[in-house]
Design a protein around this ligand. Structure first.
Ligand code: SF4
Length: 467
């Protein structure tokens, strides 16, 4: 589907006899944050063991693997590649042994100064095993002369700029780090006497753990034999939580940045209905991402919500597609229209975003073919006009239809009777009083943390002159 892609989910647990198994379950709950690779590292108090696999969590771990991942603390990672090519060598956790002992790292985010740091490290003799920006942090850590693990970690993360939520494991400590802007979520839970850190609270729910609090932006939380310790080495910085977590990435049953994702998403839909009302017969979500916003839209508009598009949940990663014989096969294999709901009706389709516009165009066409008399498309956020440099996979600006076309041009391309996007103000009002603490760069092109204006950034941002 035509979406921005979240890149990583993190989970860590300290002080449980089934640490690796619970990490597996935690990653299972976080699978939506990355499907290309998964990995778990576990400590038995002396040594760390790691297992990494391509593909989904459920496919890559066996009883034999868990027998090897013994011990009472573990960290895990699911990944969709952003910085660094995909592949097992870039899968996480990355485990190293250095003067400070063994350490495994899991990273969600993107360092904007990774190349600069990497160039300096290579010039000083470092040899990299991966192309991932996460390894840069490990090299900085390994080279630190600080006498403690905490000191070496502080020295390394203080040199990083950009987005980083980290979960690290040493032989006797679980450590969580969040960058000073708090771009990506990271939260703390408890299960009896065990501590947990993870990207979203849905991972706590699955293992019956209770939520304690978020790791604060700029905070390092060290969990070890002496309990939990909080270190705040960074200068205070304005918060820049990724608002797209609320719009699309996070699961609706999670709380992120202190708010219920379902509540925020439903409110986005209510405000969308207020900003772009339309006489219609039925509101139909584009599943799954449009469901909460469509619920809010229908509620505020006084219209009935019906599942006029059914999603096939069992579509594999690849399938053999016929060339010409079945038109729109690509989208049809994932979504199928329910004729009895759509035929002869004025339909409001609700979705969370339009990236290139190609999928929306196919869906609108499909709904019309199913007999809808009118098709109105409503989007629960503003047009996405600029790429993300903070760890979310986005196409180049030239490929973002919101950056290159007016709303009416998009409407005509998509083939909808009307098209309405939620305003920036409406989106920020939906996240509540903390509206100033969010990153909205992909909607505004205004970036809270500067990034190097190198060739990669130019390619991301430059507009194509000729289509
Ligand atoms: S640019 Fe967009 S996707 Fe990236 S962190 Fe900011 S809000 Fe999130």
């Amino acid at each position: 589907m035509d979406k921005f892609r979240e890149e990583c989910g993190l989970f860590g647990i300290y002080g449980h006899t089934e640490a690796a198994n619970l990490t597996y379950l935690g990653l299972y709950a976080l699978q939506h944050r990355g499907q290309e690779s998964a990995g778990i590292a576990a400590s038995d108090g002396h040594r760390l063991q790691v297992h990494k696999t391509m593909g989904h969590v459920a496919d890559g771990f066996s009883e034999e693997v868990f027998a090897r991942l013994g011990g009472t603390s573990a960290v895990g990672h699911v990944r969709y590649s952003t910085a660094g090519e995909s592949g097992l060598k870039n899968a996480q956790p990355i485990l190293i042994d250095c003067a400070h002992g063994e350490i495994a790292i899991c990273h969600n985010g993107n360092l904007v100064n990774a190349q600069e740091l990497r160039d300096a490290l290579v010039a000083a003799g470092s040899i990299f095993q991966t192309t991932s920006d996460t390894e840069v942090l490990l090299h900085l850590y390994a080279r630190s002369k600080a006498p403690t693990v905490e000191g070496a970690l502080i020295e390394s993360v203080m040199q990083a700029q950009g987005a980083f939520s980290l979960v690290l494991l040493t032989k006797d400590r679980l450590i969580a780090v969040r960058d000073p802007h708090g771009f990506r979520p990271l939260t703390i839970g408890r299960l009896g006497g065990s501590f947990i850190v993870c990207s979203e609270t849905c991972a706590l729910d699955l293992i019956d753990a209770e939520w304690v609090r978020d790791v604060e932006p700029g905070e390092i939380v060290v969990i070890g034999p002496d309990g939990m310790q909080s270190i705040k080495p960074f200068a205070p910085a304005p918060s820049a939580h990724c608002i797209f977590e609320h719009v699309y990435f996070a699961r609706p049953d999670s709380y992120v940045f202190g708010r219920s994702v379902n509540e925020v998403r439903t409110e986005l839909g209510r405000r969308l209905a207020a900003e772009h009302p339309i006489p219609a017969d039925v509101v139909v979500p584009i599943p799954d991402s449009g469901v909460c916003a469509a619920t809010g839209f229908a509620e505020a508009a006084g219209l009935s919500l019906q599942m006029g598009l059914i999603r096939n949940h069992y579509v594999g990663r690849t399938f053999i597609e016929p060339h010409q014989s079945i038109r729109h096969f690509g989208v049809r294999v994932k979504l199928n229209p329910v004729k009895s709901i759509l035929q002869g009706r004025r339909v409001v389709l609700v979705d969370d975003s339009i990236v290139r516009g190609t999928t929306s165009r196919k869906i609108v066409k499909m709904v019309r073919s199913a007999g809808a008399s009118e098709v109105h498309l409503r989007i629960s956020c503003p047009p996405t006009i600029s790429p993300c440099f903070y760890g979310v996979d986005t196409p180049r600006r030239s490929e973002l239809i919101g950056a290159t076309h007016t709303i009416d041009e998009i409407r005509r391309y998509i083939g909808a009777d009307t098209l309405g996007y939620l305003s920036l103000d409406g989106m920020l009002a939906s996240v509540g009083p903390a509206r100033k603490s969010y990153c909205t760069s992909c909607y505004t092109g205004v970036y809270p943390v500067a990034f190097p204006r190198n060739e990669a950034a130019y390619l991301q941002l430059a507009l194509k002159l000729v289509e």
